[in-house]
Design a protein around this ligand. Structure first.
Ligand code: SF4
Length: 266
């Protein structure tokens, strides 16, 4: 069924501000490679390479909902294929990494989810499942809606820390800085999309936290979040008309934050 969603996002909405951040990041990366064409030649990331697209990484809930928004505007055939691919990825995860899934995702929707154990489990670094939106030709089928990690991995950096290898092809994040775009000035804006700021809350008296705290929102692997959003509902219409999706599409950031207490990493 065709969605009944706006074809443009309100600027003030959470997803509208995320779209602006995507635009600004893309512009900064493009400007870098225009200014330093030699860096573009040195960059190991080439058309058709998808080495990083099978890695196990997390995205914020807002980024997952932005992808859902993008999918909702595509053809029914595209949506159906996306759903099938998500089903396959999720099934692979549950069956091939059964003990990891059972140990960590049993309480994924509650405060009992143990992020420290999850992020530090060595199995997490070994999981390889191709992204459901990766085409057989090795290109991204949701390119305009890809999350921040996909926009920046390989091409740019947000910290000068040694983060280890980037993918099977790029073995050192430190060495990569010689060709990458410097996006350190974006770090706060990027973090802000996976955090809930409790500053300036007018109902902080109802909050279990100090009013100046910043708390992280839940983050899950791309295929896991999209499976929950697109495949678990009974129909596309139900997925696209869900209250959570509507909130991200229509509320301002501060209005949305007031509704997200149950989605905190505690
Ligand atoms: S969203 Fe696109 S770029 Fe990101 S992992 Fe999937 S296919 Fe690759």
């Amino acid at each position: 069924m065709k969605p009944t969603l706006p074809t443009s996002l309100p600027d003030y909405s959470y997803l509208g501000t995320l779209k602006q951040l995507y635009h600004d990041i893309d512009l900064a990366i493009n400007n870098h490679f225009n200014d330093f064409p030699d860096h573009k030649k040195t960059l190991p990331c080439k058309d058709g390479c998808s080495a990083c697209c099978s890695q196990f990484f997390e995205i914020s809930e807002g980024e997952a909902l932005y992808i859902l928004y993008y999918v909702s505007l595509q053809s029914i055939d595209f949506q159906q294929k996306a759903k099938e691919s998500l089903d396959i990825a999720f099934s692979r995860f549950v069956h091939e990494f059964a003990s990891f899934y059972q140990s960590h995702f049993k309480y994924s929707d509650t405060e009992l989810f143990d992020y420290e154990a999850y992020f530090n489990d060595p199995i997490r670094f070994e999981i390889r499942i191709p992204c459901p939106f990766l085409s057989v030709q090795g290109s991204c089928t949701i390119y305009p809606a890809r999350p921040i990690i996909c926009r920046t991995t390989g091409s740019s950096y947000t910290t000068l820390d040694d983060c280890g290898e980037i993918c099977e092809i790029i073995p050192s994040s430190l060495k990569s800085h010689q060709w990458q775009a410097d996006l350190r000035h974006f770090q706060d804006r990027i973090w802000s999309f996976s955090e809930l700021s409790l500053l300036d809350r007018d109902d902080s008296s109802n909050s279990p936290f100090d009013s100046d705290e910043i708390i992280e929102l839940r983050q899950f692997p791309l295929f896991y979040s999209l499976y929950e959003l697109l495949c678990l509902p009974a129909s596309f219409e139900e997925a696209y008309l869900s209250p959570l999706f509507k909130d991200y599409l229509t509320l301002t950031r501060s209005e949305l934050e007031k509704k997200l207490f149950h989605k905190l990493i505690l």
